[in-house]
Design a protein around this ligand. Structure first.
Ligand code: ADP
Ligand code: ASP
Ligand code: MG
Length: 457
C-alpha cells in the first residue's frame, strides 16, 4: 500500500489533471491519493482575501479567475452530459467562497482563522473535480475532506498536528479497501472543528501523515522535477538529481528552502521507517529521489545547497553582556514571546554580540519584544545597540560526508572570496552536516553557482 501526493505543479489545468489522474489509474498497488489545489489557486485566494480586507472590489476579479480555471478544467475532463452535475457541485463551493469574501469586504477584516477557511477552498474544489473524474473513469473514488481527519491546534496559518489523534481518525475514515480515497492536502481542522491549514506547501506533510497512519510501504511526492536536485534548478542551471538522500540531509535541505518537500514531511514517516520518494509527473520513467534510513554511499563532500531569501539579522551588542549569564536567555525568551522563528544564531567568542537571523517580515515584532524585555539592560548600557540588517539570504551547504572532513570551510570561504562575495555571518551545526552563511541578497545567484561549481560540478 502506498500514498501518492500530487502538487499544484502537476495539476495546473485540465490536461495536466488528466495526465496526473492517469498515473493514479495506472498504479497497480493499493493506494491513497493526496491532492493540492490547482496551480496558482492558493495565491489567488490569498490575493482575493487581501483585496476584500482592504475594501478593494478587485477580489471579484480573482473570484472570476478562480471560477474560470476550474470550469475550464471541468470542460476538458468531462463529457457535456457530466459537466452540469460537476459544475453544480463546484458552484456550491464557489458561492460559499463569494459570500465569505463579501463578508470580509463588509467588515474589512480578515483574521488568520478566516484566511485558513478561504485557502481551504483550493484543495476542496480540486479534489471534488478529481474524485468525480475518477468515478467517471469507472473507479470507486471518494473525496475525503482532511479537516475531518487531520486534527491540529488553533495556530491558524500554520497549525501543529496532533499526530496520534489524527492517526485514529484517519484509520477510522479510510476503512474501505476497494475505495480510492482522494484526500485534500494542506487543510486540517482544530479540535473544535474549525478549519486550519498546515502552512504553505503543506500537502506533502498531509501525505506523510496519511502514510504513517496507514503504515504505508512508501510515500510518493509527485511534482514537476525529476527529484531532489543538488540546488534549486531555477537558479543553478546545471544542478542534477540526487538519487538517494539520508533523512537528515533531506530535512536540512527542505528546512533551508528546497521547496520540493515541506520541512515537516519526514517527521511522521521517520517514526515508522517509511521511505519517501520524489517523482516527476512529466517524466514518469525517471527513477526520482529516494529518502530513507538506508546508508548512502557518495564520493563528494557536499550533497546539495539550499537557500532562504528575505531574511534579516538582528545584532544585539554591548559590553555589559560579557560574562553575565541570562542575557541570551532574555533575548530568546523575548523572541519566543513574539513567536519569531529563529533560523540561525551566531555569537562571537567575546560574548560581545549575539546575532539572530529571522525572516524579514518578523523583524518588527521581534524588535518590539526585544526592546521591552531588554529595557533594563539598555537603560543601564549593558546593551549598547540592537541593529537590524535587511535584504539578506541564508545559504546552507549540506552533506553527510562533511563530517570529520577537513578543509571544507576553507575551500568554501575562499571560493566565495574569489567571487568577491561578502559573508556576513557563519554557523556550523555540531552535526557537521550543515554550514550556513548569511550573504546579501544581491549575491545569491552568484554564490549558489560558485559553491555548486566548486563542490558539486
Ligand atoms: P508542487 O506544486 O508539486 O508541490 P513545488 O513548487 O512546491 O511543487 O516544488 C517543486 C519545485 O521546487 C520545483 O519546480 C523546483 O523549482 C523547486 N525546487 C527548489 N529547490 C529544489 C531542489 N533542491 N530540488 C528540486 N526542486 C527544487
Ligand atoms: N495549496 C497549498 C499551497 O499552495 C498547499 C500545497 O500546494 O502543498 O501552499
Ligand atoms: Mg509543494
Amino acid at each position: 500500500m502506498k500514498v501518492q501526493k500530487f502538487g499544484g505543479s502537476s495539476l495546473a489545468d485540465g490536461q495536466r489533471i488528466k495526465k496526473t489522474l492517469q498515473i493514479v489509474q495506472d498504479e497497480k498497488t493499493n493506494h491513497y491519493i493526496v491532492l493540492s489545489a490547482m496551480k496558482g489557486i492558493t495565491n489567488l485566494l490569498i490575493k482575493a482575501s487581501e483585496n476584500a480586507e482592504s475594501g478593494n472590489s478587485d477580489y471579484k476579479k480573482q473570484l472570476i479567475q478562480i471560477t474560470e480555471i476550474h470550469y475550464n478544467s471541468i470542460e476538458y475532463l468531462f463529457s457535456t452530459d457530466e459537466q452540469s452535475l460537476i459544475k453544480e457541485n463546484v458552484s456550491y463551493l464557489l458561492d460559499e467562497l463569494k459570500d465569505i469574501l463579501h463578508g470580509i469586504e463588509l467588515v474589512q477584516e480578515c483574521s488568520l482563522r478566516t484566511g485558513d477557511l478561504i485557502m481551504s477552498f483550493g484543495e476542496r474544489l480540486n479534489c471534488t473535480i478529481a474524485a468525480a473524474h475518477l468515478n467517471c473513469c469507472g473507479r470507486k473514488a471518494r473525496m475525503i475532506d482532511a479537516r475531518e481527519i487531520i486534527i491540529t491546534d488553533d495556530n491558524y496559518g500554520s497549525s501543529h498536528v496532533f499526530l496520534e489523534d489524527s492517526y485514529l481518525k484517519i484509520r477510522e475514515k479510510l476503512k474501505d479497501s476497494d475505495t480510492l480515497y482522494v484526500i485534500t492536502g494542506f487543510i486540517s481542522g482544530s479540535e473544535k472543528g474549525i478549519t486550519t491549514t498546515l502552512g504553505r506547501n503543506g500537502s506533502d506533510y498531509t501525505a506523510s501523515i496519511i502514510g504513517a497512519a496507514m503504515n504505508s510501504e512508501i510515500v510518493e511526492i509527485w511534482t514537476d522535477v525529476d527529484g531532489v536536485l543538488t540546488a534549486d534548478p531555477r537558479i543553478v542551471k546545471n544542478s542534477f538529481v540526487i538519487p538517494r538522500l539520508s533523512i537528515e540531509e533531506a530535512m536540512e535541505l527542505s528546512y533551508f528552502g528546497a521547496e520540493v518537500i515541506h520541512p515537516y514531511t519526514l517527521m511522521p514517516t521517520i517514526d515508522k521507517n517509511i521511505p519517501v520518494k520524489i517523482k516527476n509527473t512529466l517524466n514518469t520513467t525517471a527513477p526520482g529521489t529516494i529518502i530513507s534510513t538506508d546508508p548512502v554511499e557518495r564520493e563528494r563532500a557536499i550533497t546539495g545547497i539550499a537557500s532562504i531569501d528575505s531574511v534579516s539579522f538582528i545584532n544585539v551588542e554591548g559590553g555589559g553582556m560579557l560574562g553575565i549569564p541570562g542575557v541570551a536567555s532574555s533575548i530568546f525568551g523575548a523572541l519566543a514571546e513574539a513567536e519569531v522563528n529563529i533560523i540561525m544564531i551566531t555569537q562571537a567568542s567575546s560574548e560581545h554580540s549575539i546575532c539572530i537571523v529571522c525572516r524579514s517580515f518578523e523583524v518588527e515584532r521581534a524588535l518590539k519584544h526585544l526592546n521591552k524585555k531588554l529595557e533594563y539592560e539598555i537603560k543601564t548600557k549593558k546593551i549598547n545597540r540592537i541593529d537590524v540588517r535587511n535584504n539578506l539570504e541564508i545559504i546552507a551547504v549540506i552533506g553527510e560526508n562533511m563530517k570529520g572532513m577537513t578543509g571544507i570551510s576553507g575551500k568554501l570561504f575562499s571560493s566565495l572570496g574569489n567571487s568577491e562575495i561578502n559573508i556576513l555571518a557563519i554557523a556550523q551545526g555540531s552535526s557537521e552536516r550543515n554550514i550556513s552563511l548569511v550573504i546579501e541578497s544581491k549575491d545569491k545567484i552568484k554564490a549558489l553557482n560558485t559553491i555548486h561549481k566548486t563542490f558539486i560540478g
